[in-house]
Design a protein around this ligand. Structure first.
Ligand SMILES: [Zn+2]
Length: 900
């Protein structure tokens, strides 16, 4: 018997409020894979248990692009009438007692280019099942609240040395027909999205460690043989992550064996399958030749993130996909805390926090203000794959962070452990997490729950009044939240606002609120839970300056009027290193706004580069650059010129060409005016000797590169020579890549020469060639040659560009579309034409990746009218295609029709 299935044509919207528990559980599932590239056979035997409180005897299984060869119910061949295919489901009737169901499917991993389900990467087999990939392997109640115990048998050709699945290896060897086999057993019940299988020619680096509970565990990192020797750093990161979770939360690794596999063909960064994490190779492989300081830091974070999921995601999973932030927001937060602890010094921790917040503002704020706005717990979706968003992840992490801000580290730990104890081995909800937190800390968090249901970035406007006679400071906060048509007006949120007050000597004032007997500390967290609220601080003897939202205590926008002098003062003095950076950031954005105003007053050809950058700004800049009490990493983070997208995000109307012109001019002026100091720092920040990716050396390199960047924009001949030498003599990729980036962005005459050299040197290493492709997304207009759009298009035919590989698509096309520059946002629309072609062609084989490309134009309404009209047309054109995947359709229709 063979049933042919197609991807369901009907696109239905799934609503959170429609959740219904499944009527049947699956106690266990035994899977047997006979791996053949074009025709893999999968046999599943599952024990299905009807629930006592079920609404129906129908057992519902999902399917997507699989063919069934047979179905047995209770050990007998099924009869017509016992089951039915309805859209994307197989329904087996009359399962009213425990029943064994056996199904066999045929699938084609070779042609699976969506990289969801079981697919091939070169000749290796890989799976990716989150969110709904398992149904592309086997008919199954593929939903996260159905947890089963898995036993997996793999049959594969003889040359497949590594045959891996979740859990513990029970047996392996050779079959009578000469093929290899392996049997795996996972002792922990899990949802199908955490299932994994890997088969191929892989080699492992391994290490046995002793866990805090005295048990031993085998750690393995598997790669293709050509990548052997590039996993030391990942192994050390994994061990650090295991230790950290033991120490901070008392959580141990619960398996005898923990495996990581690296593959080049992967839609996401990495996946936390129980005991068998599968990684995009760019998040695992590292040495001084192929990874930058940033890559090293990212690898450490991603390895930790996936490992931490073992408890927050795997042991306790999500009831349904609306609860995605329950595992993702929480695990991003754990990863951020881990990374900060690994950095140690307050200054390095501040750098990490500044970077995380900048990422949130550049990526999540526009999402929250645009047509894709959704709460961290979304209420509906068409394609869950579209909701792996910065809102669910990064804003979700900020919401989790607020628990820690409210209850302290101990209180947070208590709440987290209570949550794990209560829900271990089950599928939970965001409300369950909140309840565990509030009960273990004895607080009522019912108002805090609004963070899970209200979308939009809240604005907190801050006003304060100092009474010189009474020596009081009255602080008033007012919050407003985005409202959505057809929905109830937003309610005030509970916002923890951490503040400090600086006196005119730049020192923190001890804080004493009206009604308190004594001052207590210099930073206070105010619980702001009304629309408007007032606090009065006493004993404020000199004119105070407020430091608001210290450490970025809540994911909001603080609207506060500072003069430039006040910002410069805070940037020099604030004891809170996050807010010190924040002050300088505000000062920079004010300076840029002023520069744009001055520029707009000039005519088009009227000495447009004769506008000065304010001297006061340059002084503050130079003071920070020279402040030896601040680490180089911190100074680099403050002083690097803001990304064009970051500047654009702060403007009401986005004008890419204007932002570019202004950015380039200001950088040039800083480079010219502060030349001596910048040159001095380039020298002092040298890192002689062997390359070490530690935070201290990395910080020095970062500051050196920031300084060289400004000098390059000023066409400083000495700097240009230094950049060339930096590329040629570097003993590490960080320096090499920085030299390339600077020369491309500043359009230095050496740019093409360096790009050519890199192309030859890097050609054998896909990770490096992807970086080489990305460099082209930063190319600037030039008069005589082809347009950048044409160059990007030509690169899609380059030998190192694999058109079906997500990393290649992200490195070249996505990077170019996301660069935000006038080379993409061209007045003739050529950039948007390339976008249209790329979205449509990618959608034919990989809808998830196509949907990510599609999102680039969703904030079209914010651009200057001539561009926004063309973007609208491009969106309409894509939408007119009948054959769009539901993934892309959802993005495009949201962009066109959702109110903003
Ligand atoms: Zn995750």
């Amino acid at each position: 018997m063979t049933a042919n299935t197609n991807k369901a044509g009907t696109e239905s919207i799934v609503h959170c409020e429609d959740y219904a528990a499944p009527d049947h559980n699956v106690e266990s599932i035994h899977l047997t894979f006979d791996l053949v590239p074009n025709q893999t056979t999968v046999t599943a035997r599952m024990i299905v248990i009807p629930k006592d409180d079920r609404k129906s005897d129908d057992f519902v299984l999902y399917r997507d692009d699989v063919s069934m060869t047979y179905l047995k119910i209770g050990g007998k061949d099924s009869l017509p009438g016992q089951y039915a295919f309805v859209a994307d489901k197989l329904i087996i009737h009359d399962i009213s007692e425990p029943t064994e169901i056996e199904i066999q499917t045929r699938i084609n991993p070779r042609t699976n280019l969506q990289l969801s389900g079981l697919y091939m990467s070169r000749n290796n087999y890989i799976t990716q099942c989150e969110a709904e990939g398992f149904r592309r392997i086997m008919y199954f109640p593929d939903r996260p609240d159905v947890l089963a115990k898995y036993r997996v048998v793999i049959h594969a050709p003889k040359d497949y040395k590594a045959l891996l699945s979740n859990g513990n290896l029970m047996e392996q060897g050779e079959l009578l027909d000469g093929r290899n086999y392996a049997i795996w057993d996972d002792p922990f019940p899990k949802p199908s999205y955490l299932f994994a299988l890997v088969a191929g020619n892989f080699v492992a680096q391994e290490e046995t460690i002793k866990l805090a509970n005295g048990k031993e565990a085998l750690l393995q990192i598997w790669t293709e043989p050509s990548n052997q020797g590039k996993t030391d750093f990942a192994m050390q990161s994994l061990i650090k992550a295991i230790r950290w979770d033991e120490e901070r939360f008392g959580l141990n690794l619960d398996l005898d064996r923990f495996m990581i596999v690296a593959t080049d063909d992967f839609n996401m960064g990495a996946m936390e399958n129980k005991g068998l994490n599968i990684f995009n190779s760019k998040c695992v492989l590292a040495d001084s030749r192929i990874a930058t300081d940033e890559d090293f830091a990212r690898i450490e974070s991603v390895i930790a993130h996936e490992y931490f999921h073992n408890w927050t995601g795997d042991r306790v999973t999500c009831r349904d996909w609306f609860q995605l932030s329950l595992k993702e927001g929480l695990t991003v937060f754990r990863e951020q805390e881990f990374a900060a602890d690994m950095l140690g010094t307050p200054s390095a921790r501040a750098v990490k926090r500044i970077q995380d917040v900048r990422y949130l503002r550049t990526n999540q704020f526009p999402e929250d203000a645009g047509p894709m706005a959704h709460p961290i717990r979304p209420e509906s979706y068409r394609q869950i794959d579209n909701f792996y968003t910065t809102t669910v992840y990064e804003k979700g992490a900020e919401v989790v962070r607020m628990y820690q801000t409210l209850f302290g580290k101990e209180g947070f730990r208590r709440g987290l452990l209570e949550y794990i104890n209560r829900f271990d081995g089950t599928a939970a909800t965001c409300s369950d997490f909140l309840t565990a937190m509030e009960e273990s800390n004895g607080e009522d968090l019912s108002q805090f729950e609004l963070w899970y249901s209200q979308a939009g970035t809240p604005r907190v406007s801050v006003s304060s009044k100092w009474d010189e006679n009474e020596k009081t400071l009255t602080l008033t906060l007012h919050q407003s939240n985005r409202s959505f048509p057809g929905r109830a007006a937003p309610k005030p949120l509970l916002i923890p606002v951490s503040i400090g007050i600086l006196g005119d000597d730049g020192k923190d004032i001890e804080l004493q609120l009206q009604g308190e007997d004594n001052p207590d500390g210099t930073t206070r967290t105010l619980l702001f839970d009304q629309q408007e609220q007032t606090w009065v601080f006493e004993n404020i003897n000199s004119r105070p300056i407020l430091s608001i939202g210290r450490g970025y205590s809540a994911p909001v926008i603080f609207d506060i009027e500072y003069t430039k002098d006040q910002l410069a003062f805070l940037a020099r003095n604030d004891s809170d290193l996050f807010n010190r950076a924040e002050a300088f950031d505000r000062l920079t954005l004010l300076m840029i706004d002023q520069y744009i105003l001055d520029l707009q007053k000039k005519g088009p050809n009227q000495g447009r580069d004769h506008i000065p950058v304010s001297e006061a700004y340059l002084f503050t800049f130079e003071d920070i650059l020279n402040d030896e009490s601040l680490s180089p990493a911190y100074r680099a983070e403050l002083l690097k010129f803001p990304d064009e997208n970051y500047i654009a995000e702060h403007r009401i109307l986005i004008e890419p060409a204007l932002v570019r012109e202004v950015s380039d001019q200001i950088r040039k002026k800083i480079g010219t005016r502060l030349r001596a100091t910048l040159e001095d720092k380039v020298q002092k920040m040298a890192t002689p000797g062997a390359y070490r990716p530690n935070p201290i050396d990395a910080g020095k390199r970062a500051l050196k590169h920031v300084c060289l960047g400004y000098l390059a924009f000023a066409d400083n001949p000495k700097a240009i020579q230094q950049i060339r030498a930096l590329y040629k003599t570097a003993n590490n990729l960080t320096d090499q890549l920085a030299a390339l980036k600077i020369s491309v962005e500043a359009s230095l005459p050496i740019a093409q020469e360096l790009l050519n050299m890199a192309e030859i040197e890097w050609q054998r290493e896909p990770l490096l060639m992807n970086k080489w492709l990305t460099l082209h997304s930063r190319l600037r207009h030039s008069r005589e040659q082809r347009t950048v759009v044409e160059k990007i298009h030509a690169l899609t035919l380059h030998g190192s560009y694999q058109p079906k590989n997500p990393n290649c698509i992200y490195s070249l096309l996505y990077a170019f579309f996301r660069s935000g520059g006038p080379e993409f946002h061209r007045p003739d629309g050529m950039g948007y034409q390339l976008w249209v072609n790329s979205v449509l062609s990618t959608d034919q084989f990989n809808p998830q990746v196509a949907a990510r490309l599609a999102r680039v134009l969703e904030n079209w309404r914010r651009y200057e009218p001539s561009l926004s009209r063309m973007m609208y047309k491009a969106l309409r054109f894509v939408n007119s295609h009948r054959e769009l995947s539901p993934d892309v359709r959802e993005i495009i229709e949201n962009a066109l029709y959702e109110p903003v």
